[in-house]
Write a protein that binds this ligand. Structure first.
Ligand code: PML
Ligand code: MG
Length: 261
């Protein structure tokens, strides 16, 4: 039974009560798993939240549900790392990349002015570049991109080809950025972690790829950022449906990755 089924496995953890009771967000995680691999998936998510730099959670939920829709397979975004010496330099690079991706400078500045309001959110916010407004209507929750993964052996082969370590954080962020950038309404994504011990972030878009920037905040800072810059989005709920519900596996095919810089 369940041999061919794939399950979405999700985790969220908080401290000082559950998220909906005002608890502080500690960690979240998304995986796709077979029934046979379920123990491993649950264990991976449990470990992720139990040993977290934001603190020990006193609330955690891990749930799984069978996926009944066909799972789309997409290739990972092209990846490049931009080494910077300071946060100021990192943010200049980030803004330059957003502009290159098609976000007008005035809208970048408007979005940046709003970042402090969103930094406690656990999900993403949508910023409409034609109106300069946030349009997801999800308040402090934001939108959580879900139902996505990358089989570990294929990810390891990819990481090896990039001479990168097969780091779980990079895998999760690249899976998310690849899924988000795939939607035609997404112009670009801007992200840095809310973990105080992790300062590398990225700007991603279909054309620019996943542009890592080694310093987008200072160590010790728990203010994260995840903004999806969108344009021409007539149906916000179908965009949310894509992000939350469309199941996706990222899959790397060696022969497709011969891009030359
Ligand atoms: C997060 O940890 O929440 C986001 C991490 C983004 C950057 C990951 C990387 O490419 O190093
Ligand atoms: Mg985090």
């Amino acid at each position: 039974m369940h041999e061919d089924k794939i399950f979405s496995v999700r985790m969220r953890a908080a401290k000082n009560g559950a998220h909906e009771q005002g608890g502080k967000h500690i960690s979240g995680g998304e995986m796709l798993s077979t029934y046979q691999d379920m123990k491993h998936a649950v264990h991976t998510l449990l470990e992720k939240a139990l040993n977290h730099s934001k603190g020990n959670p006193d609330f955690m939920q891990i749930q799984f549900e069978a996926i009944n829709e066909p799972i789309q397979q997409i290739e990972p975004l092209f990846v490049q790392t931009n080494e910077v010496g300071s946060v100021e330099r990192g943010q200049i690079v980030a803004k330059g990349l957003l502009e290159q991706a098609g976000v007008p400078r005035s809208e970048i500045e408007k979005a940046y002015a709003q970042i402090p309001e969103y930094s406690g959110n656990r999900g993403a916010i949508f910023f409409d570049i034609s109106t300069g407004e946030r349009i997801d209507n999800r308040g402090a929750k934001g939108v959580r991109v879900s139902r996505m993964d990358w089989k570990h052996a294929n990810f390891e082969a990819w990481a090896n080809s990039q001479q990168m370590s097969a780091n779980l954080r990079v895998k999760e962020a690249l899976v998310l950025a690849t899924k988000v950038s795939q939607h035609p309404a997404t112009v670009a994504e801007l992200c840095w972690s809310d973990d105080p011990d992790y300062i590398t972030g990225y700007v991603a878009s279909k054309e620019l790829g996943y542009q890592r920037i080694t310093k987008l905040k200072e160590y010790g800072d728990e203010n994260g950022c995840r903004i999806f810059f969108v344009d021409g989005l007539t149906d916000v709920s179908s965009y949310i449906y894509y992000l939350e519900k469309q199941p996706i596996f990222v899959h790397w095919r060696e022969t497709d990755d011969k891009r030359i810089n």
